[in-house]
Design a protein around this ligand. Structure first.
Ligand SMILES: Nc1nc2c(ncn2[C@@H]2O[C@H](COP(=O)(O)OP(=O)(O)OP(=O)(O)O)[C@@H](O)[C@H]2O)c(=O)[nH]1
Ligand SMILES: [Mg+2]
Length: 515
């Protein structure tokens, strides 16, 4: 504090000296620029360069301090530089503390477009401001604005070190004009700075609010559905979760709405009810007289004894189911000695399970919950009357693309060329309905005039009304087809629903057909 009056005196003297002093400082400024140029590379080369820079900063300061011999020598820190930005821009008194000599020297340095010059310029501002009271008064409020300016400067390429950058020179032109204002004692009255303060404070408040908001957004995990605030529609990167989902949901909703709008025919509805198709409660099945302790309980005669249940109504299906051939290529197909009924459909739709359920010989045909288990065309004899053929599935399967394509080609060849093939049961998952691959196969069978019948599977997975709707939907879509055999069958290998009816339909084929 005692140094302050002497410093002011010194500055005013230099102000009067004017041109002579400025010439001197300009020369010294140039000399420093050239020395800086020599060091600029070393600055970029890691800690060694940094230590040199620090050393240089000390030297520069000490030489300048030597001029007035009053300021403390110490290395520049990043924070110190930032603070000095405010000291220069916002504080009138600080500006006054600049002398003209220093101003003209800085002007010359800034023209050279050196980043280092900027650093020094701010360091000078720090050094020329008396430590203590002044700093406390003026640094406090504008600090934020100064930081913002520093950030802005960074964005605009303020720190371009090539000396040619336009953004750099632009910024320095602004700095120059600001600097002139600062050195003029009339331009920055203390009242003007106090007028600016509320605005600065408002901006500061806004900034703080913005920072808070931003922080809140970052804290939210967009994939955390447990976070209720997300469901409330808080903006995440400009789009709410609800907005994001809207088109997709609309699409799904419209499909669902279409499905729900289907009115099944009375015959389909009564078939579903008579066969207890669809998802049913255990108590309902019990009340209807079925023995729920048995596998596939609905493949049963209601209120029957055990012996009655074991007696399959159609004699053909009482025969033993025997595997006799597997084919990976069409040349390995066995000779068509028996009428054949093939089971086709997408992978995992329940083809193999249905063969077991029809014959009540669980385990003869291998099944799996992993799509793609059946990879060859498997031929099963049912006595001497009928041949059941289990085809590999198409669509999604755990197999290589080329392998799946080969299966598909094999299936297509079989259904379109096989002599002795009397019917293809095309299995469709009730829940998912028909898919493009199913339509492909249907088109092929239409072209080759192969008789096919649609079988809805896994009916125990959906509500009875939806079983009826699906059957209605498929019948409507295949109204024009010639090779399709009606009605659409509905079954569940698990509950046994619809199995007895299917047996009756299929055994008729064996009886009617003669090879
Ligand atoms: N809930 C229910 N599950 C079934 C039904 N039929 C079959 N499944 C299950 O569906 C899965 C696939 O059955 P699979 O008979 O192996 O199906 P697939 O059509 O032969 O499959 P690929 O051989 O891969 O073409 C198995 O886990 C079965 O238990 C059914 O009617 N209801
Ligand atoms: Mg299978």
């Amino acid at each position: 504090m005692p140094k302050e009056p002497s410093l002011k005196l010194n500055l005013s003297k230099k102000h009067k000296l004017g041109l002579r002093t400025s010439k001197k400082t300009t020369r010294s400024g140039n000399a420093e620029i050239s020395s800086d140029k020599g060091k600029s590379n070393s600055r970029e080369n890691g800690p060694k360069g940094d230590s040199r820079r620090k050393g240089r900063t000390r030297e520069t300061q000490s030489s300048e301090d030597g001029r007035d011999g009053k300021l403390e020598q110490r290395p520049l820190s990043f924070n110190a530089r930032k603070k000095r930005v405010f000291a220069k821009e916002e504080t009138g008194q600080n500006a006054e503390s600049y002398n003209v000599t220093e101003a003209s020297r800085k002007k010359a340095l800034l023209k050279k477009g050196e980043k280092r010059v900027k650093e020094e310029y701010f360091s000078e501002a720090k050094n020329t401001s008396p430590r203590g009271r002044v700093k406390k008064e003026y640094v406090k409020v504008p600090q934020f604005q100064g930081r913002a300016n520093a950030k802005e400067a960074g964005k605009k390429g303020y720190v371009t070190t090539d000396g040619k950058g336009t953004s750099f020179s632009k910024k320095h032109t602004e700095q120059k004009s600001d600097f002139r204002k600062d050195i003029s004692p009339n331009v920055v009255p203390p009242s003007s700075s106090t007028k600016k303060k509320p605005r600065a404070k408002a901006k500061l408040d806004d900034d703080v609010e913005m920072t808070k908001k931003r922080k809140r957004v970052i804290k939210l995990d967009p994939y955390d559905i447990s976070n209720k605030r997300l469901d409330d529609g808080i903006v995440i990167t400009g789009i709410t979760k609800e907005q994001k989902k809207e088109p997709e949901e609309n699409h799904v909703m419209s499909k669902n709405a279409q499905f729900r709008a289907i009115n099944p025919s009375p015959s389909i509805l009564s078939f579903v009810e008579n066969n207890l198709l669809g998802r049913r409660r255990m108590i309902e099945i019990k009340r209807a007289g079925y023995n729920v302790d048995l596998s596939a309980p609905l493949d049963n005669v209601p209120f029957s004894t055990s012996s009655e249940r074991e007696r399959i109504e159609d004699s053909i299906f009482r025969n033993k189911l025997e595997f006799f051939a597997a084919a990976k290529i069409s040349s390995s197909f066995p000779p068509p000695n028996l009428p054949e009924i093939a089971f086709a459909g997408r992978s995992n739709v329940g083809k193999s399970s249905l063969l077991n359920a029809l014959t009540r010989q669980w385990g003869v045909v291998r099944t799996s919950d992993k799509p793609g288990l059946t990879q060859t065309i498997n031929f099963f004899e049912l006595g001497t009357k009928l041949c059941l053929v289990d085809l590999p599935g198409y669509g999604f399967a755990y197999a290589k693309e080329e392998v799946k394509e080969a299966w598909e080609e094999l299936v297509k060849e079989y259904v379109s060329t096989r002599a002795g093939l009397k019917r293809v049961c095309l299995l469709i998952d009730t829940k998912w309905g028909m898919k493009p691959r199913d339509h492909e196969l249907i088109d092929l069978m239409e072209r080759s005039q192969t008789k096919y019948q649609i079988l809805l599977t896994k009916t125990d997975m959906v509500f009875p009304i939806d079983v009826a709707r699906r059957a209605m939907q498929i019948e409507e879509s295949l109204k024009e087809n010639k090779s399709v055999v009606k009605p659409t069958m509905m079954v569940s290998s698990k509950s046994g629903a619809g199995i007895r009816t299917l047996r009756t339909v299929l055994s008729k084929i064996a009886r009617v057909v003669k090879l």
